[in-house]
Design a protein around this ligand. Structure first.
Ligand code: FAD
Length: 434
């Protein structure tokens, strides 16, 4: 497996290049090793650094820290989801457990940005679950019932009002939730890197090739050295399976997204100068589409089982074309060549869309699998898995552990076939809103 840095994502290109990048060059011992430097691993390392200022803590990533899914996502810090994976929210009790976790996720990110004065284009503007199809009204009304029972402020909106707010007459119905934040995912994860405690050794461009447990230590092999550690936290999310971790409970999915350049004054006026907004689809495979603070349009409308991890340029171009069509459907007045960048990213799913948060063996811990809610939940799970690995407890851990646990998945090729079929089916169901 290889994971390489690429320069295809606008969120990453907005940031200044980093300097002083260290890689693993020799054998080492440490007290704590965290593998994966996205939101989860960075939060875990930060917490460990605070808890153990005198211990040796290493954080390793196969590519530049934060430049995996954590900087490549759509930037919705969610309080509620309508479709988390493919599961709709049928049981109130389970849905409440899920939103309790989202709430803690938002609080954790909020605390972080407040403590470190982070500018990540934070906007508490809520989000829309929108559809072009009037038939989806029933789904949104049911969802509205659920939200009312749990006390989430929201309202249903229709054609004209939506056109004014979003600058497109594509959507016929939407449910707007007041909670939920839009942000710049790259700026957030960069701040997590910049504020790592001094006692964390960050190693980048260092792929973990394999690992094994030997008595009281875990031995991790990298291209240019071994690390022996007393305790380890795996925070590799979409790559857990490739490391043989919880293989029958999670699988990777590749998403692609595109971002336009900033709209010109004239283009922006032609849309009615809408304020920043974010739309999530009513049906699972519909498009996520967002108008950013600086008038760029982001669209994500593919999700697939894709091997290898790195998508080739020609394959990415095909996805980018789908994204161009998605933008043109909604904004026919915009020019054809407006997309500035397209990229792919890997997320992790479980069968029942529940997250992984556990001790898998003595001194070995794992947190991951957040589907489309990793900004908040990943940041929360990172902190809390560090606390759990320290044999401590917290109210947050109690809330996390009250969730439904991930359910067993069949092995490949049955799994791959099943997922592919389901994705095709969902794509057909959502075809008008892709
Ligand atoms: C296009 C897209 C849109 C999304 N939209 C949203 C959204 O709007 N809101 C939301 O909350 N979530 C969204 N997500 C999901 C979100 O990005 C993830 O849930 C989140 O980034 C998970 O964080 P993480 O730290 O667990 O994993 P990652 O950010 O995936 O970090 C894992 C790291 O592990 C490293 N790694 C993997 N294998 C190895 C190895 N063998 N050795 C060393 N390092 C390794 C990787 O290089 C990577 O940097 C989206 C994702 C994508 C791709």
């Amino acid at each position: 497996m290889t994971i390489i840095n690429d320069s295809s994502c606008s969120w990453i290109n907005d940031l200044s290049p980093r300097i002083n990048i260290n890689s693993i060059r020799r054998d080492e011992d440490c007290d704590w090793l965290v593998i994966g430097a996205g939101y989860t691993g960075l939060s875990a390392a930060r917490k460990l650094g605070q808890l153990y200022p005198k211990q040796k803590i290493s954080l390793v990533d196969a590519q530049l820290a934060g430049e995996g899914a954590s900087a490549r996502n759509s930037g919705y810090l969610v309080d509620t989801t309508l479709n988390d994976g493919f599961t709709s929210n049928k049981e109130l009790d389970n849905y409440k457990k899920k939103t309790d976790i989202y709430k803690l996720g938002i609080e954790t990110v909020k605390r972080f940005i407040k403590e470190y004065q982070v500018d990540c284009d934070w906007n508490e503007c809520g989000k829309y679950f929108a559809s072009s199809k009037n038939e989806d009204r029933k789904i949104l009304e049911n969802f509205s019932d659920t939200l009312s029972k749990l006390g989430f402020e929201h309202n249903l909106l229709f054609n004209e009002e939506l056109k004014t707010r979003l600058g497109t007459n594509f959507y016929n119905i939407a449910l707007h939730t007041k909670g939920g934040i839009l942000l710049h995912p790259g700026k957030l994860v960069r701040a997590m890197i910049d504020t790592l405690p001094k006692n964390i050794n960050l190693y980048e461009n260092s792929l973990l090739l394999n690992w094994k447990k030997a008595k009281d230590t875990v031995i991790c092999k990298f291209k240019n050295g071994l690390i022996k550690t007393k305790k380890i936290i795996f925070a590799t999310n979409g790559f857990l399976k490739s490391l043989g971790i919880k293989s029958n409970y999670n699988f990777p999915i590749t998403l692609t997204a595109s971002m336009t350049r900033s709209l010109s004054d004239e283009e922006f006026i032609s849309l009615g100068e809408p304020k920043e907004w974010g739309v999530l689809p009513v049906r699972p495979m519909g498009a996520t589409i967002r108008m950013t603070k600086d008038r760029r349009i982001l669209i994500r409308n593919t999700a697939e089982v894709y091997n290898p991890y790195q998508m080739s340029k020609s394959e990415l171009t095909k996805r980018s074309l789908k994204q161009k069509i998605g933008i043109k459907k909604r904004f026919p007045e915009l020019p054809d060549d407006i997309i500035q960048s397209s990229w792919s990213g890997i997320v992790s799913r479980t069968r029942n869309s529940s997250q992984i948060f556990e001790k898998i063996d003595d001194n070995i811990f794992v947190a991951g699998c957040y589907n489309g809610s990793g900004i908040g939940v990943g940041t929360l799970f990172g902190e809390q898995i560090a606390i759990k690995a320290s044999n401590e407890n917290s109210k947050e851990i109690e809330t996390i552990e009250a969730r439904n646990k991930p359910t067993w998945l069949p092995p490949d090729p049955f799994l791959g076939l099943g997922v592919k079929t389901r994705l095709i089916y969902e794509r057909i169901r959502a075809r008008s809103d892709i």
